[in-house]
Write a protein that binds this ligand. Structure first.
Ligand SMILES: [Zn+2]
Length: 173
C-alpha cells in the first residue's frame, strides 16, 4: 500500500448571479467546487455530479428557469462542460417547489427522487447531448416522464423508463 501524494491545485470558478439570471449558477458552482475540493481538484470523467438546489433558489439555463424563476420551462436538467480536459457531467436538481414539477401525493423528497432517476439515467445514456434521443428529440427518460403515472416503490419516487427491448415504458426489466 503506497500513500498517494497529490500536489495542491488552485481552481478558480467564476459565478455570476443577479435578480435576472438567478442564483442557480452560483449554487451549482459551489456544489461542484466542494466536490472537486474533496477529490483534490481532480474531476472524474466517470462521475455524474448531482447538484441539489434548496427551496428559495432556482436554476437557469439560457433564459429558461426552474421552479421559482421568471421563465419556468423545466424541472431539472443534465449537462456537461469541459474542465482541464475532462468532460464533466452533472445533473441540476432544483427544489420541486411548484405544482408543475410535483406529482400528486409525492413528498418533496419523492419528487426529487423522480428527477434523480430521470436526469441521472439521461446523463448516462446521453451524457453530452449527442447520444440517445429519438426522432422527436426526446431523451430516454423524456418518453415516460409523466405518463404512465410516476409511482412509489418501497417509499421511493420513480418514473417509468423507456425500454428499447419492449418498445414501451416499463417499471422493471
Ligand atoms: Zn429529460
Amino acid at each position: 500500500m503506497c500513500p498517494t501524494v497529490r500536489k495542491p491545485v488552485s481552481i478558480l470558478f467564476r459565478c455570476d448571479a443577479s435578480p435576472k439570471i438567478g442564483l442557480g449558477h452560483v449554487v451549482r458552482c459551489l456544489a461542484l467546487a466542494d466536490e472537486l475540493h474533496r477529490n483534490h481538484g481532480v474531476a472524474d470523467v466517470s462521475t455524474i455530479y448531482e447538484v441539489f438546489l434548496p427551496p428559495g433558489s432556482y436554476s437557469s439555463f439560457g433564459t429558461a428557469t426552474s421552479c421559482g424563476g421568471p421563465h419556468l420551462q423545466y424541472c431539472a436538467y443534465h449537462s456537461n462542460f469541459s474542465y482541464n480536459g475532462v468532460d464533466v457531467k452533472y445533473s441540476s436538481m432544483p427544489s420541486p417547489s411548484c405544482s408543475g414539477c410535483q406529482w400528486t401525493g409525492f413528498s418533496t423528497e419523492q419528487n426529487f427522487e423522480h428527477f434523480i432517476c430521470h436526469e441521472t439515467r439521461e446523463a448516462v445514456t446521453d451524457p453530452d447531448g449527442n447520444a440517445w434521443y429519438d426522432r422527436s428529440g426526446n431523451e430516454a427518460d423524456d418518453k415516460c416522464a409523466w405518463s404512465p403515472a410516476p409511482f412509489l416503490d418501497s417509499g421511493y419516487g420513480y418514473q417509468w423508463e423507456w425500454s428499447n427491448t419492449n418498445s414501451a415504458c416499463v417499471q422493471k426489466r
